[in-house]
Design a protein around this ligand. Structure first.
Ligand code: CA
Length: 549
């Protein structure tokens, strides 16, 4: 019992840490392989709203630059992130913001606490609220907002936050995301930039040896995998190649469904919510995955091997292709170049389905759950919203993206360029170094993907370009808001259905159960008896509300 709960705790911490990495650098995420994003817009890129240096309207017309107040003012802030990080008043980036705005932040969350949700709940329950509250769960802060704990920001933004206002006009997806079910905005969210997360990767050097092209279609892909399996591309005289491997167990195997235009869950089809496993494509896809598995194209331990798979198959020069996080996959050509001479593990476009369409399901969120709001008891609401607005101004966004000019970066040809020590530390990654000084922290600000491009290697940059230019991403279901009853019902249905769907998927792929039209029909009947149609109805209603927002 105790052991089980410890395992659970550890797992949940790992998941939370993975989420933070998604928030800060989606491409680089090394996470658990779930589809990262479900809220995006087609124009997912960040645009730092350009603005002239805004002179606050009210208090003092003589204030210049970003100064919000003539005298130094202090705002209190609750910020404790991901069970690991509490706001430190002396973070250089926030001190620099203080120099620019005359607003100082004073953190109220305990630095020794390790449970962010717990310190948040204690603070909320105490009624002793700081001016600004940072948090990372939309359903939770929206609920508190609707109950009156947070200030509706709509009018404050209109009056005092020209940069946020301009941003939300340009990005209606972000406005809708930030809007709670009652129509008010309670939190201003972090706006991540860059949309590539998981990609298809293949051993280009193996293709070259076998004189094969990168596969364009799912049928080409099959032929390439058979060649990998049978033609000894690692040239050791043994048939030890494993064409496909995954770190993500069942979810990794389910990544292949979309190659036949099938989905694992709810998805959008022309404003209609559909459920993947109920569709005919799902049967086709599972039949094919089952065939690939039975022919040994998949790692035969794909469902259980997990995290170690990538390192194992690449370092032993036996793995051919995978679907994985770009950022964490892109480094292997460098790290393995001595051990596996000639290794060239590169991204490829998703092979097109039978209908000729290339599809990538995974896409980084274009708005993050992380954000901050103003407590309804604050006496400094106007200052606080102006301070929020500063981080959406050109200089504020630059400060949060790149750190301090002259310390972390220099302006070169009108663009911020990181200093060498940030890019080439022997022990620490760029993001860790920035984070330690308070840059790229998940407050409400528009991220600029360029900051990440400066430290990505060629494999990663090529992948980002390939997926962004190709725009292979399938239409994403936005993050929807539910009433409390809907949410409860939905989550219950979801859990029951998901367990059954995964179980059945695994049985079919492993060949443990027959799969034919009649067993598939029985599977769909079972989903219906479990309430799948009600789930679709709840999702459709929430989506229809979203469209009207
Ligand atoms: Ca071999």
């Amino acid at each position: 019992m105790t052991m089980k709960s410890n395992v659970w705790k550890r797992t949940s911490i790992v998941l939370i840490l993975a989420m933070i990495l998604i928030a800060t650098a989606c491409t680089s995420n090394n996470g658990n392989g779930n589809i990262a994003a479900n809220n995006t817009s087609k124009d997912g890129g960040t645009s730092t709203p350009s603005t002239d240096t805004t002179t606050p309207k009210e208090d003092d017309k003589k204030l210049s630059g970003s100064l919000i107040s003539k005298e130094l003012k202090t705002l209190t802030l609750h910020m404790h992130v991901g069970n690991r990080w509490a706001f430190d008043d002396d973070l250089p980036v926030f001190r620099e913001a203080q120099r620019m705005t005359n607003i100082e932040l004073k953190g109220t969350a305990s630095k020794s606490a390790t449970d962010s949700a717990e310190v948040f709940n204690i603070m909320m329950a105490s009624g002793d609220m700081p001016d600004i509250v940072h948090y990372e769960k939309k359903a939770v802060y929206d609920k508190f907002g609707m109950e009156g704990a947070f200030t509706p920001l709509n009018d404050l933004i209109d009056q005092y936050a020209p940069n946020i206002k301009a941003f939300l006009e340009k990005r209606p997806d972000a406005r809708k995301y930030m809007t709670a079910p009652d129509g008010n905005i309670y939190f201003v969210n972090f706006i991540p930039d860059g949309n590539t997360s998981l990609v298809w990767l293949i051993r280009q050097d193996w293709l070259d040896k076998l004189k094969l092209e990168q596969p364009k279609t799912v049928d080409d892909f099959y032929n390439v995998l058979v060649a990998f399996k049978t033609q000894d591309p690692n040239e050791n005289g043994k048939t030890d190649e494993v064409p496909l491997f995954t770190r993500h167990k069942i979810n990794g195997v389910r990544d292949y469904l979309v190659l036949w235009n099938a989905r694992r869950h709810t998805y959008l089809d022309n404003d209609k919510i559909k459920f993947g496993p109920l569709e005919d494509n799902y049967e086709t896809a599972v039949q094919n995955i089952r065939k690939w598995y039975s022919e040994g194209l998949f790692d035969q331990e794909a469902f259980t091997r997990g995290t170690a798979s990538r390192e194992f198959f690449l370092a032993s020069d036996t793995g051919g292709a995978s679907h994985d996080w770009l950022g964490s996959s892109a480094g292997y050509n460098d790290t393995l170049k001595d051990k596996v001479p000639g290794i060239n593990y590169v991204t490829m476009a998703p092979p097109a389905g039978p209908d000729g369409v290339h599809r990538e399901e995974a896409k980084c969120a274009s708005v993050s759950e992380f954000g901050w709001g103003i407590s309804s008891t604050s006496k400094n609401k106007e200052l606080a919203i102006k301070y929020f607005d500063f981080w959406f101004s050109e200089e504020g966004a630059r400060l949060m993206n790149y750190g301090i000019e002259g310390e972390h970066y220099d302006m070169v040809d009108g663009k911020p360029k990181f200093q060498d020590w940030i890019l080439h530390d022997p022990d620490k990654g760029t993001l860790d170094l920035l984070d330690a000084d308070g840059a790229q922290v998940e407050i409400g600000f528009p991220q600029n993907f360029d900051y990440e491009k400066q430290w990505m290697n060629k494999t990663a940059l090529d992948g980002v370009e390939l997926y962004t230019k190709g725009d292979y991403f399938v239409e994403q279901l936005p993050t929807l808001s539910y009433t409390a009853e809907e949410k409860k019902e939905r989550d219950n249905l979801d859990t029951t259905l998901d367990t059954y769907i995964k179980e059945q998927f695994q049985k079919w792929v492993l060949g443990a159960e027959e799969m034919n039209d009649s067993t598939f029909a029985a599977f769909k009947d079972r989903l219906k008896s479990m309430g799948v149609e009600r789930l679709i109805e709840i999702e459709q209603a929430a989506y229809d509300r979203y469209l009207k927002m």
